[in-house]
Design a protein around this ligand. Sequence first.
Ligand SMILES: NC(=O)c1ccc[n+]([C@@H]2O[C@H](COP(=O)([O-])OP(=O)(O)OC[C@H]3O[C@@H](n4cnc5c(N)ncnc54)[C@H](O)[C@@H]3O)[C@@H](O)[C@H]2O)c1
Ligand SMILES: [Zn+2]
Length: 376
Amino acid sequence: MNAMTPASTARKVHVPLGERAYDILIGPGLIASAGGEIASRLKGRKAAIITDENVAPRYLDALKASLDAAGIVSADVVLPAGEKTKSFEHLINVCDKVLEARVERNDYVIALGGGVIGDLSGFAAGIVRRGVRFVQVPTSLLAQVDSSVGGKTGINSRHGKNLIGVFHQPDLVLADTDVLNSLSEREFRAGYAEVAKYGLIDKPDFFAWLENNWQAVFAGGSARIEAIAVSCQAKADVVVADERENGRRALLNLGHTFGHALEAATAYDSSRLVHGEGVSIGMVLAHEFSARMNLASPDDARRVEAHLKAVGLPTRMSDIPGILPPADVLMDAIAQDKKVKGGKLTFILTRGIGQSFVANDVPASEVISFLKEKHP
Ligand SMILES: NC(=O)c1ccc[n+]([C@@H]2O[C@H](COP(=O)([O-])OP(=O)(O)OC[C@H]3O[C@@H](n4cnc5c(N)ncnc54)[C@H](O)[C@@H]3O)[C@@H](O)[C@H]2O)c1
Ligand SMILES: [Zn+2]
């Protein structure tokens, strides 16, 4: 692919959120043209780039050169890679660096990295000077299709993941699809689970398209751009309908209740399970559980599993290396993640491929017997 491809070939998804509206550009070569794209949209001419040690050696110089050419002065902070970076310690460091760089209200924080860097930098952008502008340059597939869109930012607490943060929408998202070539196969697959999720929520045709075209999506090129654009549009639609998750936005949690329980059960040890892998297993479980509740056909669950397995994702609890705690411990993790009211849980269930819905009255007793069947 050609890094000099003009950004005009990029796909654009607009997120119409009134005065918080923004564009998502998706395509090759967007890091090389980032300066021009930012300068044509935002007034400020100062930026603090936040990135991590895996991404910086590959893409930081190119981004800085592009900003420089557009007359934007940038400082940068390179943080350790990994989930542990979403901490108070790093937040304080980032806020200080943004202030040192004299980033004013119209200037911006630029997140160059995966979801960890995006969540942490977005939080800093939301609180420094009560909010400065924020540009996302997501570099993982997960960040391009999910975390960079929608304005949820934050860090982890010892009480759990993502418990401290603010809503702070970006002003621009630049998803350079070339950078995904340096992402590990495993991280690419994990992000792909979220792509498949949009099909399973309410886009059965997209799911069928993925079944036929996933190899082309993995290979790169136009199918990859198409899959990312459809995913961003799907996320944007949900966010616009329900920015602060009072209802419909919860659909984005399809597969996540079981997935989060499995992440907790493996102590967030990424050598055993990364988020997208937990979501993959969780989506199969959600379809199987829906079939068990006589809401959907077991054939749909088999179809979901066949596809996720074909791309190389884990689909069963037994695919996770090491020993998992027993079903009642998994159930405790689910009960902690979701509030149990009168023995009932809120779950994302489905009536079939692309027919997910928010169920508020799922009996906890059904979930526990299902888990015991699946993980005796
Ligand atoms: N805000 C939201 O709405 C939202 C949604 C979903 C997930 N998240 C958060 O996102 C985080 C997970 O994001 P992630 O999966 O991107 O993890 P990540 O940021 O840890 O990135 C995964 C790994 O890939 C590396 N990497 C990233 N881009 C690369 C590239 N182009 N080439 C080579 N290596 C690269 C990173 O350094 C890291 O080691 C979690 O903290 C999760 O809570 C947030
Ligand atoms: Zn997710």
